[in-house]
Design a protein around this ligand. Structure first.
Ligand SMILES: [Zn+2]
Ligand SMILES: [Zn+2]
Ligand SMILES: [Zn+2]
Length: 137
């Protein structure tokens, strides 16, 4: 696993305290992180705008990706598919455990190809599977 300065340098980002701290949270996390949790973990050091902007930058740079949720919460997880600036390849299934409530990237489980009707053009597909995770079963 690479450490935060490497990841930030590779993405062409300068090493600010907020970027280092927030990236560290992702590297330590077992599953996905909710926007609210990230704010809670950093609110003594950074304001909300800084946190929001840092997350946006990470998404743009291909460091983290957004995960679709059924409620209005926003979840993010580290990218492991060699995503780059503006190009994400995270077409994997996300799993939500109903016991521990963790959201997990199933990096090796790809979203099946969906056949769309004529004249429909796909931009993005997301798939969330709920159930019981490895650790809880
Ligand atoms: Zn990605
Ligand atoms: Zn679980
Ligand atoms: Zn994911």
């Amino acid at each position: 696993m690479k450490d935060q300065p490497d990841i930030l340098k590779q993405s062409g980002l300068s090493l600010t305290e907020s970027r280092k701290k927030i990236l560290e949270l992702f590297l330590d996390a077992e599953g996905a992180l909710a926007h609210n949790d990230i704010e809670k973990n950093t609110h003594t050091s950074f304001d909300r705008v800084t946190v929001y902007r840092t997350l946006q930058t990470f998404v743009e740079k291909g460091i983290i990706h957004r995960i679709p949720t059924t409620d209005n919460s926003v979840l993010y997880a580290l990218c492991r598919h060699n995503c780059s600036h503006g190009h994400h390849h995270d077409n994997h299934v996300h799993f939500i455990c109903s016991k521990c409530e963790k959201t997990i990237c199933l990096d090796d489980v790809m979203i099946p190809e969906v056949k769309l009707p004529k004249n429909f053009r796909k931009e993005q597909a997301a798939m969330v599977v709920t159930g019981v995770c490895e650790e809880c079963s």
